[in-house]
Design a binder for this molecule. Structure first.
Ligand code: MF3
Ligand code: CO
Length: 287
């Protein structure tokens, strides 16, 4: 587009004062053989504002769960907390009805890696570790983050994997830089997990998000530093490695077709941050 035309992003600014420099940099990197984001992966200022509001509600839902989760409650009660809080604040739980998912939130306990379905019959017990994965639609914009919760006093084993899962995401975040690579994040995460004898699930990963629940790119946490897509300001995606105590292999529940378990029955922990790449860093939108 012409340098004096209004920028494609709708900012109202001239192209030369807006995305021109970024577009030129991306084109050069592509010529050098780098994997670069397409235009729809670069959120505009207006979209970012709306995504941010969705993310703020998502974080508030997680805070609400944090304030009420306790031993003896069912995972269906967590589902109700999420549904009620989200809808009372004008949002829609993104998982509800997503590809047939029957509930408002994923609740994955102990050896469950992800996509656990809340149920009246699943009661939180002392010593459990649980991932509560909350995703929200607000005014058509999507957000996604998850936390680990410990129920009462944990075994040393459970305590350790929770700590390392948190460290993995923090290290991944610290490795994320504009004009760096997705593989930098993955390498930081995978190296840390491996240094504790843990593994990272390979076939399930993170994703772009904002205008849809799951957008390109797929984000792996087992790739090498300096590889994969270049991180460009305006990209919004999740950092959500699944950390397994034993091997990375898993199987999916044959009855419900959702819940993912560790193949070797080891513990699994996952922390998910939703992040935005900015001109000078990476901002956490929801965690
Ligand atoms: N929050 C999960 C994810 O990262 C969503 C799983 S789909 C669902 O991407 F339907 F199970 F919610
Ligand atoms: Co996600």
């Amino acid at each position: 587009m012409d340098r004096n035309e209004a920028c494609w992003c709708g900012s109202g600014k001239k192209y030369k004062k807006c995305h021109m420099a970024t577009d030129e940099k991306i084109a050069l990197l592509a010529e050098q053989g780098e994997i670069v984001p397409t235009r729809d992966m670069l959120k505009t200022e207006e979209q970012i504002q709306k995504i941010r509001k969705s993310a703020d509600l998502n974080t508030a839902v997680l805070d609400h769960v944090a304030a009420h989760i306790h031993a003896g409650m069912s995972t269906a009660a967590i589902d109700k907390l999420v549904y009620d809080y989200t809808t009372e604040h004008g949002g829609i739980p993104a998982p509800l009805g997503y590809e047939g998912f029957p509930c408002s939130v994923c609740t994955s306990i102990n050896n469950e890696i992800c996509h656990g379905i809340p149920d009246e019959g699943i009661i939180l017990e002392e010593g459990d570790i649980i991932n509560v994965d909350v995703s929200t639609i607000l005014n058509g914009y999507f957000s996604d983050a998850s936390r680990m919760f410990s129920i009462g006093k944990l075994s040393e084993r459970a305590e350790r994997i929770l700590r390392v899962a948190h460290e993995c995401v923090e290290l991944g975040l610290a490795a994320a830089k504009p004009w760096g690579h997705l593989g930098d994040i993955a390498d930081a995460i995978n190296s840390h997990a491996q240094s504790h004898g843990y593994s990272i699930v390979e076939d399930i990963g993170g994703h772009g998000i904002g205008l849809e629940f799951h957008e390109e790119p797929f984000v792996s946490y087992v790739t090498q530093k300096g590889t994969e897509m270049v991180l460009v300001p305006g990209m919004v995606f999740t950092i959500e490695p699944m950390v397994n105590e034993g091997g990375p292999d898993f199987f999916v529940d044959e009855e419900n077709d959702w819940t993912v378990y560790t193949e070797d029955d080891g513990l699994s922990a996952q922390v998910e941050y939703m992040v935005l790449v900015t001109e000078d860093g990476v901002e956490v939108l929801s965690k």
